[in-house]
Design a binder for this molecule. Structure first.
Ligand code: ADP
Length: 444
């Protein structure tokens, strides 16, 4: 059965492999440094040649692994084999290094532990066990071959008299070595297994939560949809009355009806925003095409024209001639710009200025919506994208709003892999900047 790795584990596997390769550069440098320091400073009695050769050899095969790492898919078919090959070759090279460095006598023999732990982290348990077996066979063979004289023992002058002459030392050292590796393997694999199980549980819990959130959004969407029509009808009926089309009514009654109309308009806007927000939250993907941003901006400007005229605002756009098309959902981008520009219009005082500009940053289109309106208090800036949040200064000025517009904007940008940020100074103005992907580029 093929193991299916969730994206998080794939990413993790790639990180671990690259970390392993980085570690090996250090090992290559360490061998070369040890060769020089051991020989010149510590005056150990080994010949420097094999160490320099092995250090360079490690660097060379690590360069090959680095090249291969870009081709091997993380957590794909070849990933385990790639990691096994790396650990296996390292164990063989370390054995050769041990041979030239005094065999089992050399305290660096404990470095095999690193490979045991790395194998336990990177590989399935049976493959990690095989690496422990390989390391054990290598060291046992080396110890027996050197003890029996089949291989020359390189004295490096660490111990006097040579521990190798003592068969009890060789036996105990080999036994200690193998049991240490086995215990380390057992501990590391069980910790790694537990971590992976935990990660899987978290991923499952996350998926359940996301699904529940989607169901909740669908529910809100249905309710909002059902409320939209009656709210619209109430507003229209009240408008007929306040415009006097149903005949004259007493002043006091007119006042009440006007208030009711005001509230029903707010209710209509709230229902509309709830519908938009729940609709965008209920989907993880939306259909995307190439979208001409200047066209969307012009449409939004046209829709807001009555408010712009009423407030005698200057509404301008500054777009470069060769602005690339963006990749997204035209309707959603229209809603996103509509929300930001209508906010700018709403929160700018009589005679103010609103400007929309866009530029190409190379891999994205950057759009700015700038106004010289009431601004956002410093303490509110961190909250404005939260659902139903409204800053105190706009509440005090009784500028009406639902507190959902920017949440919708944020959700729309989420499904477009875009980002948004804000710069604002109270009573000076606000600039919202956001990015959208350019059409025709890779959107993986
Ligand atoms: P609302 O319906 O209240 O406008 P939004 O989610 O669109 O809801 O905005 C949230 C809050 O962010 C607003 O209530 C306001 O305090 C602040 N805000 C958003 N845009 C602007 C702006 N251009 N200028 C000043 N304040 C703004």
């Amino acid at each position: 059965m093929r193991l299916l790795y969730p994206p998080l584990m794939q990413e993790e596997a790639a990180v671990k492999i690259s970390w392993f390769i980085k570690l090996r550069w250090l090992a290559a440098a360490g061998v070369l440094v040890f060769a020089v320091v051991g020989k010149k400073l510590l005056q150990l009695q080994f010949s420097i040649g094999p160490f320099v050769f092995i250090g360079i050899f490690i660097a060379l095969y690590n360069a090959v692994f680095l090249l291969l790492a870009h081709r091997v898919q993380p957590a794909g078919k070849w990933s385990d084999r790639f990691a096994s090959a790396q650990v296996g070759i390292d164990i063989l090279v370390l054995t050769v290094l041990m041979h030239f460095g005094g065999g089992i006598e050399n305290p660096f023999v404990s470095y095999f532990l690193f490979h045991t732990i790395i194998a336990a982290i990177l590989l399935p348990q049976h493959k990690a066990d095989l690496q422990v077996l390989l390391a054990s066979i290598c060291i046992v063979t080396l110890a027996i071959a050197e003890f029996t004289g089949l291989l020359a023992h390189h004295h490096i002058g660490l111990f006097e008299p040579e521990l190798y002459d003592n068969w009890k030392f060789v036996t105990v050292a080999v036994f200690a070595f193998i049991t240490t590796l086995c215990v380390a393997d057992l501990l590391a694999t069980s910790i790694t297994r537990r971590l992976h199980e935990r990660e899987k549980q978290l991923a499952q819990a996350n998926a359940v939560l996301a699904e529940q959130d989607r169901i909740k959004s669908e529910y809100v969407m249905k309710v909002a949809h059902d409320l939209a029509e009656p709210a619209g009808t109430i507003t229209s009926c009240l408008k007929l009355v306040t415009q006097g089309l149903t005949g004259p009514i007493p002043e006091k009654a007119m006042d009440m009806v006007q208030r009711a109309q005001h509230k029903s308009e707010y209710l209509g806007q709230l229902v509309k925003d709830l519908l938009s927000l729940s609709r965008i939250k209920a989907v993880s993907e939306i259909p995307k095409t190439e979208v001409k941003l200047p066209e969307v901006i012009s449409q939004v400007f046209e829709e807001l024209q009555p408010h712009v005229i009423e407030k005698r605002l200057t509404l301008e756009q500054k777009l470069p001639a060769a602005l690339p098309m963006v990749y997204g959902n035209a309707e959603a981008i229209h809603e996103l710009l509509g929300n930001l520009v209508s906010n700018a219009v709403k929160y700018t005082l009589l005679g103010g200025r609103v400007e929309v500009s866009a530029s190409n940053t190379g891999d994205k289109v950057l759009v700015k919506v700038q106004d010289n309106g009431v601004g956002i208090p410093v303490e509110a800036v961190g909250h404005i994208f939260e659902e139903f949040y409204r800053a105190d200064n706009v509440k005090a000025e009784t500028i009406q709003g639902t507190g959902l517009g920017l949440s919708i904007v944020k959700q729309i940008l989420n499904v477009h892999c875009g980002e948004i940020w804000v710069e604002s100074e109270q009573d000076k103005g606000t600039t919202f900047s956001f990015t959208l992907p350019i059409a025709g580029q890779s959107h993986a």
